[in-house]
Design a protein around this ligand. Structure first.
Ligand code: ZN
Length: 152
């Protein structure tokens, strides 16, 4: 595995889930930018802790801390390291109390899904239940289902 000078390493992703991580991080949007970013994905590699795992290395891109928090909420085993001039800085994710705008409400009739004047979505995180609760319609969304409802 090639070392990176500046960027982000997302390690201890459950095996075969790297595509979901990429979806949550919306890295496709970088394709439209002029940024010189490269992504290396390793799947199903041997891990002492997890048996098998996926790893994603993003060269010359620092993943936003809010995105990192959402990621660790979906995949609690995931670890995030920022690399700066070859030095590794471990990021300690925090489960946010609320998440605004990043996730669609699964309830189609929710006011936040209204075609006219849709509202910015907002969810409360129910940490022990590992669920999100919509502020507007109380619909619950399991942390594990978040990738299906991330706005891309
Ligand atoms: Zn809702």
């Amino acid at each position: 595995m090639r070392k990176i000078e500046d960027g982000t390493v997302i390690d201890h992703i459950p095996a075969w889930k790297a595509d979901l991580v990429l979806r949550v991080l919306r890295l496709q949007r970088l394709a439209k930018s002029e940024l010189d970013v490269s992504v290396a994905v390793l799947q199903n590699v041997v891990s002492g802790r997890l048996g098998r795992k996926d790893v994603i290395k993003v060269d010359r891109w620092r993943i936003d801390e809010n995105e990192a928090d959402i990621l660790c909420l979906i995949f609690p085993t995931a670890t995030i390291n920022y690399i700066k001039s070859w030095k590794v800085f471990k990021y300690s994710p925090m489960v946010p109390d609320t998440i605004e705008g990043r996730i669609r409400c699964p309830e189609l009739l929710c006011i936040s899904n209204a075609e006219r004047e849709p509202l910015t979505t907002m969810f409360y995180t129910l940490k022990t239940e590992r669920m999100l609760q919509c502020r507007y319609c109380d619909t619950l969304l399991d942390f594990g289902k978040i990738p299906d409802f991330v706005r891309v």
